[in-house]
Design a protein around this ligand. Structure first.
Ligand code: FAD
Length: 476
């Protein structure tokens, strides 16, 4: 072992030590772990503002853990296609190990890096760090990629449990840094003026340690009620692992195996099913690299959206006049995250009632979510807009009032994020414009002044959305 050639470990979306197959493979001999901030390669899919906040703190945690293990992290900024082969040559690495990425731009970059390395007799070895099952491993009976979730989930489950997680190495043998790295602060990942991420730390602690602690707390204290609680945004009823999974601070295999500790079989199954949705989104992106840009159902390319900057702004700022929607959009702004049920309600209002293009909603989420993920975000927006894989039929239009009353019956969620409505009685909380004047006065609500009237009436918005759909069908 001691004579093994050094390896370069190129960390990307696997910012952890445990269950990291690339790290495991590289740790046979001396290893240099490196992270490269390469915005140019990512282009418009460079990490959005909220994810950059997360990345800063995650790199800080990873750097401390690697230092302690004996192989400090080198942080660089620039074009990985040039930097990685150069660094591999400097340390005499035979192999560069990395976790496989699924975004089209990253695949192109990996191909270019592999080519440059091969020209010098070196290799790029990609490992499955991010998924339960790699997208090419399963196909339908006809040999096609899956486009419907249920058979996909069945195929994943038929493979049995994923391999057990690999423990973190006790000790790593580092390689002296051959080049000067960047100080983390110099990457400028944190917002300055204004610091819109000020409330994030109340809610999040990036890094592997906290990801594992959150998973454990979820399994032990929360997951038993997951089947029901996962739809109630006012409760801490879901794992909140999405940003940790996105940055690979924890692997889906670890989550899957830890889920064995959920006593209630229905809850265990429901949680694992969500992990499979994540794989499904990556499967979709891998086989349809145009997923972030184009509707998968071609007819929807001509959908008669009516882009309107003022409506988009009202939605982004949580000023639509629909309390559940506004609470969601404000949760997103305040915490960089939004509950899944509310992502569906807010998304539906935008693309259906307001006829705004789904990609404008996706772009806002991309910039503001700490878990903004090209596969998950694109697939789910297309799902909402009715134009993607296994999409919700377009004619199924959420009623934001009934959704609010059903999933936030006591109003905890709305009261937490829309404080100007906090004193309204439950009966009117999700429909303040129908409340008697005296009730509004008593609660300190002046519609149109302290809180907006609905930007569109539900029935009008619904009828308009259905007419738009009809026009599309007629044009087909
Ligand atoms: P849990 O309920 O605890 O689920 C566990 C894990 O399963 C999640 O962390 C996530 O990795 C995965 N998961 C759950 N639901 C889905 C789903 N519908 N699709 C794919 N994976 C899922 N998720 C992202 O990670 N990044 C995104 O950018 C993103 N954008 C979305 C946009 C819209 C319009 C919608 C409707 C959903 C989006 N989701 C996205 C999916 C989902 O809302 C979040 O994964 C979930 O809310 C995260 O909370 P959690 O970790 O507590 O989830």
């Amino acid at each position: 072992m001691s004579g093994a050639a050094p390896s370069l470990l190129w960390l990307r979306h696997d910012l952890r030590l445990a269950d990291n197959p690339a790290l495991h493979a590289a740790s046979d001999g001396p290893v240099l772990p490196v992270y490269v901030l390469d915005d140019a390669a990512a282009g418009r899919w460079a990490p959005g503002g909220a994810h950059r906040w997360w990345l800063h703190h995650s790199l800080a945690a990873l750097s401390a853990a690697l230092e302690k293990a004996g192989a400090p992290l080198l942080v660089l900024r620039g074009e990985a296609t040039a930097l990685i082969p150069r660094l591999a040559a400097r340390i005499g690495a035979a192999t560069v190990h990395a976790g496989r990425l699924h975004a089209p731009w990253a695949r192109q970059r990996d191909a270019a890096v592999a080519k440059a390395l091969a020209a010098e007799g070196r290799g790029l070895e990609l490992h499955n760090s991010a998924l339960l099952v790699e997208p090419d491993r399963i196909r339908t009976g006809q040999g096609n990629p899956y486009s419907v979730f249920t058979p996909f989930a069945r195929a994943v489950m038929a493979l049995g449990d994923p391999p057990p997680p690999i423990p973190a190495p006790a000790r790593l043998r580092g390689v002296a840094h051959p080049v000067q790295g960047e100080a983390l602060d110099a990457l400028g990942l944190l917002p300055r003026a204004p610091d819109w991420a000020a409330a994030f730390p109340e809610y999040w602690t990036p890094g592997e340690h906290s990801a594992t602690a959150r998973l454990r707390a979820f399994i032990e204290d929360i997951a038993g009620g997951y089947e029901h609680a996962r739809n109630i945004p006012g409760q801490d009823g879901t794992s909140r692992l999405s940003p940790h999974l996105h940055w690979g601070e924890i692997s889906p295999r670890q989550a899957w195996h830890m889920a064995a500790g959920i006593g209630d079989a229905t809850a265990r199954q429901a949680f694992r099913r969500q992990l499979i949705w994540r794989d499904f989104a990556h499967h979709a992106l891998w086989h349809r690299p145009d997923l972030p840009e184009r509707p998968l159902r071609a007819a929807y390319a001509d959908f008669p959206y009516q882009p309107d900057a003022a409506l988009l702004r009202a939605w982004q700022r949580g000023r639509t006049g629909y309390p559940i929607v506004d609470a969601g959009m404000r949760q997103l702004w305040r915490h960089g995250w939004m509950h899944n049920r509310v992502r569906m309600i807010t998304g539906s209002l935008l693309v259906k009632h307001l006829l705004q293009p789904w990609w404008d909603g996706a772009a806002w989420f991309w910039d503001t979510l700490v878990d903004g993920d090209l596969a998950n975000n694109s697939m789910n927006w297309q799902w909402i807009a009715g134009c993607g894989v296994d999409a919700a039929p377009y004619f199924r239009i959420y009623n934001p009032v009934l959704q609010g009353e059903k999933f936030d019956p006591d109003g905890h969620y709305v009261r937490a994020f829309v404080p100007e409505l906090a004193k309204l009685p439950r009966k009117w909380l999700h429909r303040p414009w129908q409340a008697p004047e005296a009730v509004l006065r008593e609660a300190g609500v002046a519609l149109g002044r302290t809180y907006p009237r609905p930007v569109v009436d539900h029935e009008t918005g619904r009828a308009r959305a259905l007419a738009a759909l009809k026009s599309l069908k007629e044009a087909e």
